[in-house]
Write a protein that binds this ligand. Structure first.
Ligand code: ARG
Length: 573
């Protein structure tokens, strides 16, 4: 790095004839552009503007016209007063490969987010209800966003904003009292609770008095009735216990489970602030805040005086700004909530500093449909996520056993493959796209699937094993990587080089699919390389080692990339 900066600085220095400018000054100001499209190194010419009494753009153009490029540099371009330097393939090859070989698990990580606080709020299911495909997509997406920020050194807080408050719990409590003896809460409690809810909800439509009791129950809950709160707490605990199974499988950890209930005693302050600022308006008995002409006003208090979902979200914004001092607070939910978030983000103007309000981000994802029929939470045609996970694991087990009866660790492997397939399937599509879910397609070992990427990793590993190449025994500096000059080799290395910038792009755009699709590209490039270049049957030992190093580097990039997406790499397939 220092060496190449020295070379670039010298090239620039030689075009200048000014005693106020030293070679060292130039070298110190050479940067590595965040975006690789702007070259491998860049020199900002405004540093010379004072001494040369010219505009940075003119200086850059002038230097470019005079510069004699060293062999290591392929080209230089002028962009907005910057000189962008692009290195020669061969040097890129050397630099990138060595970096990967040295950094291993750390390759791809940066610290560009150091000291910056980010909240990723995701999953957020509604307690006492089963976790459905939509929440699964949410969880997978949120977890990937979390890890994308994490590997860039951001200080990330994950919040599960549980749907654990609202009038429905008044109703559920009544249902529970009536029907609890018919159920075993130790066995699939979520199914039992949602069943109870469906039954009592139906009854309440025929019998008005049930609705009155429900209302009363919730009022008592809000006021802190001990007995009812205990019951509510047990629903919450039972639900979390079941969600936790899924979170474990996906490797999610939440720093906070402060859901809607947490804000029960924090909403009055919001109302007071809005009232004091004079933005709380009466509208048919309800209290609302106008949020511009393109949207209906945001309801903060209903006509009966009770708070709603939006009120709790407003309290959460205030609380999070104070508690986490966030630069960004990201909310992952389905597209149905776009209007809700637009409204509360507008109202947030009156509650928090502009810097917080500007940091509120809604990441919306599209619907999931099953290939056969549609997915719904209300009409009983529910796909339970546990069933789906079990199906995926079982199917991958069958596929594996079909290929090899005696495969070891089949349970672990089929778990890694089955879950990896589901997760990858959710992440490879852009978040806005609806997904039509088809388990068989998801589990294919070829095509744009999780198993295909995992298989590429396994193939790389087994190649290295057969070649008896063990990175721990290799003197990295002694590798002759200059031998990797074939088009497919260079192409693959250039692909591997992109990991860091892909990670940044994926988080900038809140789009883990960018990383997922990148891994497909890496796997494809690897295939092309492998078809054209022998790794095992190579006469020249130096070339063999260099190619093995490339294979190893590919395995590192795939493993690190999949890890960010929440997918394990199996040892065998
Ligand atoms: N519990 C809601 C649902 O399942 C999602 C909550 C989203 N987050 C929020 N802060 N409103 O639809």
């Amino acid at each position: 790095m220092e060496e190449i900066k020295q070379i670039i600085a010298t090239c620039i220095y030689d075009t200048l004839d000014n005693e106020n400018i030293t070679l060292e000054d130039i070298k110190l100001k050479i940067e590595v552009p965040k975006d690789k499209q702007n070259g491998d190194f860049a020199y900002p010419c405004f540093n010379l503007a004072k001494s040369l009494r010219k505009s940075p753009v003119n200086i850059a153009e002038d230097i470019k016209s005079k510069i004699k490029l060293d062999d290591k540099i392929e080209k230089v371009e002028v962009v907005n007063g910057f000189l962008n330097f692009y290195l020669n393939d061969l040097d890129v090859v050397n630099k990138v490969l060595k970096e990967i070989l040295n950094k291993k698990e750390e390759y791809g990580k940066t610290d560009i987010g150091k000291g910056i606080n980010i909240i990723v709020e995701y999953s957020s299911p509604n307690i006492a209800k089963p976790f459905h495909l939509g929440h699964f997509r949410n969880t997978v997406l949120g977890k990937a966003l979390y890890d994308l920020y994490k590997v860039q050194g951001y200080n990330v807080t994950s919040i599960n904003h549980l749907g654990d408050w609202g009038r429905q719990f008044g109703l559920l409590i009544e249902g529970y009292k009536r029907f609890k003896d018919e159920y075993d809460m130790n066995d699939n409690a979520l199914k039992a609770l949602s069943d109870i809810y469906t039954r009592i909800n139906k009854l309440s439509k025929e019998d008005d008095s049930i609705m009155d009791i429900a209302r009363d129950n919730f009022k008592k809950l809000e006021q802190g009735d001990k007995q009812l709160l205990e019951l509510w707490q047990s629903f919450r605990d039972l639900s979390l216990k079941e969600y936790d199974r899924i979170y474990k499988i996906l490797g999610c950890n939440f720093d906070s489970y402060n859901g809607e209930a947490f804000y029960n005693d924090k909403m009055q302050e919001v109302i007071d602030i809005l009232d004091k600022k004079g933005v709380l308006k009466d509208s048919q008995g309800a209290k609302v805040v106008e949020v511009g002409n393109n949207m209906p006003p945001c309801i903060v208090l209903k006509s009966n005086g009770s708070t709603i979902y939006a009120t709790r979200d407003l309290a959460a914004i205030l609380y999070r700004a104070r508690t986490y001092d966030f630069t960004k607070c990201i909310y992952v939910t389905a597209t149905e909530q776009i209007l809700h978030f637009k409204q509360i983000f507008e109202v947030a103007k009156y509650l928090v500093d502009e810097k917080y309000q500007k940091g509120l981000v809604h990441v919306a994802y599209g619907m999931i449909r099953l290939k056969t029929g549609k997915m719904s939470t209300r009409d009983g045609n529910v796909i339970y996520i546990n069933d789906l996970i079990n199906d995926a694991i079982k199917k991958s087990k069958d596929i594996m056993l079909n290929k090899n009866q005696n495969i070891e660790n089949i349970d672990l492997l089929s778990k890694q493959i089955g879950i990896g397939a589901l997760v990858f399937n959710y992440l490879k599509s852009g978040k806005n796209k609806d997904i039509i879910f088809d388990l068989d397609e998801t589990l294919r070992f070829d095509g744009e699937t999780g198993p295909y990427i995992q298989y590429t990793y396994v193939r790389a590993k087994s190649l290295l094993e057969r070649a008896k190449f063990n990175i721990e025994d290799v003197k990295i500096d002694r590798l002759n990587l200059d031998l990797l000059t074939q088009a497919q080799e260079v192409q693959l290395i250039k692909e591997l080089e992109k990991l860091t910038s892909i990670i940044k792009k994926a988080s900038d755009e809140y789009e883990p699919s960018i990383l997922a699709r990148y891994l497909i590209d890496v796997a494809t490039s690897f295939s092309k390389f492998y078809n054209e270049c022998s790794v095992i049957n190579v006469e020249d030992d130096e070339l063999k080692d260099a190619r093995c190093a490339l294979v190893y580097a590919t395995s590192v990039v795939i493993k690190n990339g999949l890890k960010i997406l929440g997918i394990d790499c199996p040892d065998k397939m």
